[in-house]
Design a protein. Structure first.
Length: 327
């Protein structure tokens, strides 16, 4: 995993509330200032007390109460109301015009597989994010890029079960009663296999949607999954596949979405790069396309390159500290 600048790595463990509390402590030095200048938060907080907000909260409590407890712990450490922290982690269901963008590329060439992801965001975030190693009791655990005040798992991460996942925001116009997408993205990280991860995306009722690029150590397959409130489209990756921030799989036209100029242009740009390279695909060089196509209104927060092999998984947990490789 590589980023464009040094990013601190924090290890958190324990029960759900304890993990959330530690994540809140990590975010606390920057969170209040971040939220004060965030246009997204100014839009999201208007939903305080609205009946619709109770629907995803009830779905989260019904399906994944542990992650709701994690958010409650985070709120306690931040000194913020639990309702507000939950709202912030439902921002994808509540607002649809946030300018943030990201681009993902998946490549298969012979026995090599590759996932590259460029994470774009507000310039303020450039010094505020972290890598976190989450060690929940009874679950595989993961290493994830993490925004302050957000559940780890909705950007890019790798789990100790071997699952590698990169997420792309989708701007779904009509959210539904279901589990918030940031919680669902985190749940996928707890899967023990690709098949289990895809089963979750296909069966758990989602409130809105993400695009998931999925691979797993010990499994030769890569998948592109558009999982929204109305449908879950899964396509196997052969050669090169890319994705920005709108649905592109066949059948997506039946679901209302917002396609920003940035997302459309990035998709076209990476499509063109992939077509030129399709005959001589080298997965070890393809991450360049993600940075070329970054969101012009934002800055690259991090660029990751994940190479899930067909033979190995992440090493077992160690009590020793881990230093991330950052660029």
């Amino acid at each position: 995993m590589a980023s464009r600048q040094g990013v601190g790595l924090f290890q958190v463990s324990g029960g759900p509330y304890d993990i959330g509390y530690r994540l809140g402590e990590i975010a606390r030095p920057v969170f209040a200032e971040y939220m004060a200048q965030s246009r997204a938060w100014h839009a999201v907080r208007r939903w305080r007390g609205e009946p619709f907000v109770q629907t995803p909260r009830d779905a989260a409590r019904s399906h994944y109460p542990a992650l709701l407890a994690e958010l409650d712990g985070m709120a306690a450490a931040l000194g913020w109301p639990a309702e507000d922290v939950f709202l912030w982690n439902c921002r994808g269901e509540l607002i649809h015009y946030a300018p943030d963008g990201c681009t993902t590329l998946a490549a298969v060439a012979g026995d090599q597989r590759f996932i590259a992801h460029n994470e774009d965001g507000a310039p303020f975030l450039r010094e505020c994010c972290a890598l976190v190693e989450v060690r929940p009791v009874g679950k595989p655990g993961l290493v994830s890029f993490c925004y302050p005040g957000s559940l780890p798992g909705h950007t890019f991460a790798a789990s100790r079960a071997g699952i590698a996942q990169a997420i792309n925001n989708l701007r779904i116009r009509e959210p539904a009663a279901g589990v918030p997408r940031m919680i669902l993205a985190r749940v996928v990280r707890d899967a023990g296999s690709l098949d289990e991860a895809l089963h979750l995306l296909r069966t758990v009722p989602a409130a809105s949607g993400f695009h998931h690029t999925l691979g797993c150590a010990g499994d030769a397959r890569l998948f592109s999954a558009e999982a929204s409130a109305r449908r879950c489209s899964v396509r196997s990756v052969s050669g090169l596949a890319d994705h920005a921030n709108h649905m592109i799989h066949p059948g997506c036209e039946a679901e209302a979405q917002i396609v920003t100029e940035s997302s459309r242009n990035r998709q076209l740009r990476v499509d063109a790069c992939c077509r030129r390279s399709s005959r001589q695909c080298n997965p070890l060089r393809c991450s360049t396309y993600c940075t070329i196509a970054r969101h012009r209104a934002c800055r690259s927060i991090a660029t990751t390159r994940s190479i899930p092999t067909t033979k190995t998984r992440l090493p077992p947990r160690s009590s020793k500290s881990v230093t991330p490789v950052c660029r």
